[in-house]
Design a protein around this ligand. Structure first.
Ligand code: FA5
Length: 354
């Protein structure tokens, strides 16, 4: 009698289960049958009225039914989950053989970063004037960064450039390592690799432990230039610098040359450009003086030529160190150097066509 009642109950459960289609309805059905108010709990609580013999028969049947309902709901839930996964896989299907529509859209192609683009332009100008392009290491030793450039230890000029030093043990006769503070490190390396007359440029990243502001970065770019020949004069230097600037700006720009101190040149100059952002009126980029320091230069100091195994009685030359990021700022009227390497696509996308 009880067994028949349980079979009917199970068939009813199966029929109802066949009619549901979502997780909430399945869980609801399960609690209707197995919950505290459900028929199974009622049957179990009525078992106290049965004899021991009857309980021995009915008990396992009721528990079996409970287990079957549990298993059926679990299987149903699992089936639902698999269906959901399959549906989402179908919906988000990726055809790996298709090219990304973003990539195929010419509008979204990458472009040259403005610093890189201006570096290429300058390289072209100097290549056409017979210069080689050379490279040097970012991690340098203090010999190439200072010593060989006529800046011995304890020389106050070392303080002109705040340096990132590596924590290497100071040992007698051993040079410490640092992140190069200027591309002038390449001067002696370049001189030792060639015999005069020669001319080369060396562009690259430089590093200074400086507080950043509208015109100062800690990592920025310079382009070093060096020409060694006979009877080189300041007039030659000015000619090359003016050619460079008129090629870059494609128009006359106002420049001024004033004395500048760099231990590796004598005489040394600062070549400033009239601030193109404020037209000389004064702004945060030119520190309100109307001029921006762009291109320090000078005639190579005899001691530096000696470091490069060149006889200063026979040869002389000029050198310069152009600040590439500031040149980009002037060329495109950028009012803060920090935009340049911010990684902000809205900034770099403006230069795609250059
Ligand atoms: C030098 O680094 C010398 N080595 C340049 C040189 C080479 C002089 C050869 C003579 C002969 P200076 O520290 O002034 O000099 O830097 C050169 C240029 O780098 C500056 O005119 C400026 O354009 C740029 N510059 C310097 N510091 C920064 C900075 N923190 N952020 C961005 N640009 C900078």
């Amino acid at each position: 009698m009880i067994e028949q009642k349980l079979n009917e109950l199970y068939s009813k459960f199966k029929n109802e289960l066949a009619g549901v289609s979502d997780r909430a309805a399945v869980l609801n059905l399960k609690s209707l049958y197995l919950g505290k108010q459900g028929p199974i709990t009622e049957i179990l609580s009525n078992m106290k009225n049965l004899s021991i013999e009857e309980r021995k028969v009915v008990g396992p049947v009721v528990n079996g039914l409970k287990e079957k309902i549990q298993q059926d709901t679990d299987a149903f839930l699992q089936k639902l989950e698999i269906e959901e996964i399959n549906q989402s896989l179908l919906k988000n299907k990726i055809d790996l053989t298709l090219r990304d529509s973003v990539l195929t859209n010419i509008q979204n192609h990458g472009g040259a970063h403005p610093v890189w683009a201006i570096q290429r332009e300058i390289e072209d100008v100097f290549l056409s004037m017979g210069f080689d392009i050379i490279d040097g290491p970012h991690i340098e030793d203090e010999y190439h960064n200072f010593e060989a450039l006529n800046i011995p230890a304890d020389h106050p000029a070392r303080d002109m450039q705040d340096t990132f030093w590596f924590e290497t043990e100071a040992r007698p006769g051993k040079f410490r390592h640092l992140l190069r503070t200027h591309t002038s490190t390449i001067q002696v390396r370049g001189m030792k690799q060639r015999r005069p007359p020669f001319r080369f440029i060396a562009p690259g990243k430089v590093f200074r432990c400086e507080r950043t502001d509208a015109s100062h970065e800690m990592v920025f770019h310079q382009l070093e230039g060096m020409l060694v020949d006979k009877d080189v004069s300041v007039a030659h230097l000015i000619y090359f610098m003016k050619t460079l600037l008129s090629e870059i700006f494609k128009r006359e720009v106002e420049v001024r040359l004033r004395p500048g101190f760099f231990p590796f040149v004598e005489p040394g100059f600062e070549l400033d450009i009239k601030c193109l952002l404020c037209k000389g009126q004064g702004c945060s980029v030119c520190k309100h003086v109307g001029w921006v320091e762009l291109l320090p230069c000078g005639l190579i100091h005899p001691n530096v030529l000696k470091s490069g195994d060149i006889n200063p009685q026979e040869w002389n030359g000029f050198a310069f160190g152009l600040g590439l990021d500031r040149l980009v700022m002037m060329k495109y009227a950028i009012d803060d150097i920090r935009h340049i390497h911010s990684g902000d696509l809205r900034f770099v996308e403006q230069f795609k066509s250059y």
